[in-house]
Every structure is written in structure tokens, then in C-alpha cells.
Design a protein around this ligand. Structure first.
Ligand code: Z5A
Length: 213
């Protein structure tokens, strides 16, 4: 039987460089001979990607932060059942671009959804299954906005939110890193992609099998 895989999530405000780092980390782990699955939230499976499109695309109809939260966890439940849990059980390393910490930071810290609701849903949807390591890519909000400015012509409903929203998101992320320092590792995302990759590899080094480090 394969040893259980490792679950790594990447978090941060928009433009922090998660997607760029996810690809670099995937390549680095593969180079060490490890089987890797790169996935993202919301999304990751065909049905969960449909929920992603639904929740991220601005529509005329109002969606409350609580409804957003429920949709995030619905997509997460599908993603866990159909992709993440089977991959981990098969010994695959899962790199997930965002997970429940994003709900805590965006819906909780940014939109003011009751933390007790988020924790209740997290418990119901994934219980004790949390990432073995979460890499929090931290950078000033202005720098994140600068990096993604002009990339999308219409912007999605989250990127239309103002800076104060992202300040709240970043603050909540930093609180999470302070409260769970073993799982959530803070990386300085203001430097080059290469420096971020080195920080990320150092932050997961203790998870690597001895022959692969
Ligand atoms: N969301 C939520 O509200 N609740 C939840 O529970 C979950 C998600 C799971 C989609 O997420 C939205 O869903 C997100 C939160 C919400 N909305 N927002 N904001 P996403 O992860 O798919 O989208 P995103 O956060 O907008 O990702 P992003 O803007 O693509 O950022 P990124 O992945 O962190 O960055 P990147 O694509 O790697 O890089 C952005 C740009 O910066 C690009 O031009 C790069 O070439 C450049 N870059 C990257 N790294 C660097 C460095 N180190 N230096 C300079 N430039 C760099």
C-alpha cells in the first residue's frame, strides 16, 4: 500500500503569486520523484468548477456572504470526496491553491461572516482533515493589486472589492498564521518568484521523505 500523501495549501491575497508558486512547487516535488496533484479552490473537479464559475462571476442577483460561504463549502465537499481524499489515499502529494483558510480570510475577515458558522461548516465538511502545511504568501495589499491590475477587463466580483476589504483579508490571514504557527507558515511574497520558491521548499522540508530531501 502507498504511504498517505501530503496535503499542502497555498494562501494569500490576490496577486500574491500562489499560482506561480504552485507550479514551481509541483515541479520541485516531481523532480524529487514524488507523485503530485495540483488543484485549486473553489474548483478542482468538473462539478466544483461549475460552482466556481457561478460564485466568481458577477451577476445581477445579490449573493450574501453567507450564501457565498455555503457555495464555497459545497464546492469543497465535492472536491474533497472526488479528488483530494482519493489522491492522498493513493500516496499523492496534493498542492491546493486555496482551501478553508481562504473562507476564513475572505468570507470571515473580509465580509464579516460569523467565524462560528465557518468553523461549523469546516468541521462538517472535512472534520480533522486539514492541510499538513499551509504556505501563506504575505505581501502588502497595494503590491498585490498592482500585480494583477489590468489583467482582467471586467474583474470578478471579489476583485471589485475595495482595499479595505483586502486589508481585512490580510489581517485575518496573519491572525491564522499567528494562531497555528506549525501548520501555517508565513512567506514573504514581495520578492522574486525564485526567493518564494526557496522559502516554500524550506517550509515543507520536514514533510519530505528522507530519500527525497
Ligand atoms: N475565494 C473565497 O472568497 N473563498 C474561498 O473559500 C476560496 C476562494 C477558496 C479566486 O481565487 C477567488 O476566490 C479569490 C478568493 C475567492 N478572489 N480574490 N481575490 P484564485 O486563487 O483563483 O484567484 P486570485 O487570488 O485572484 O489569484 P491570483 O490573482 O491569480 O493570484 P495568485 O495566484 O496569488 O498570483 P499569480 O497568478 O501567481 O500571479 C499574479 C501576477 O503576479 C502574475 O502576473 C505573475 O506573473 C505575477 N507574479 C507572481 N509572482 C510574482 C513575484 N514573486 N514577483 C512579481 N510578480 C509576480
Amino acid at each position: 500500500m502507498s504511504p498517505a500523501g501530503r496535503f499542502i495549501s497555498l494562501e494569500g491575497i490576490e496577486g500574491a503569486g500562489k499560482s506561480t508558486l504552485a507550479r514551481a512547487l509541483e515541479a520541485a516535488l516531481r523532480a524529487r520523484g514524488l507523485p503530485v496533484l495540483l488543484t485549486r479552490e473553489p474548483g478542482g473537479t468538473p462539478l466544483a468548477e461549475q460552482l466556481r464559475a457561478l460564485v466568481l462571476t458577477r451577476g445581477a442577483e445579490h449573493i450574501s456572504p453567507e450564501a457565498e460561504t455555503l457555495l464555497m463549502f459545497a464546492a469543497r465537499a465535492i472536491h474533497l470526496d472526488n479528488l483530494i481524499r482519493p489522491a492522498l489515499a493513493a500516496g499523492t502529494w496534493v498542492i491546493c491553491d486555496r482551501f478553508t483558510d481562504a473562507t476564513r480570510a475572505y468570507q470571515g475577515g473580509g465580509c464579516g461572516v460569523d467565524g462560528a458558522l465557518i468553523e461549523h461548516l469546516a468541521g462538517a465538511v472535512h472534520g480533522a482533515l486539514w492541510p499538513h502545511r499551509t504556505l501563506l504568501l504575505d505581501l502588502p495589499v497595494e503590491l498585490g493589486i498592482e500585480r494583477v491590475r489590468g489583467r482582467r477587463s471586467q474583474g470578478d466580483r471579489f476583485e471589485d472589492e475595495h482595499r479595505r476589504f483586502f486589508d481585512g483579508v490580510r489581517r485575518r490571514y496573519l491572525e491564522l498564521a499567528a494562531s497555528e504557527p506549525d501548520r501555517v507558515r508565513l512567506l514573504d511574497a514581495s520578492g522574486t518568484p525564485e526567493s518564494l520558491r526557496e522559502q516554500a521548499l524550506a517550509a515543507v522540508a520536514d514533510l519530505l521523505p528522507r530519500s527525497a530531501d
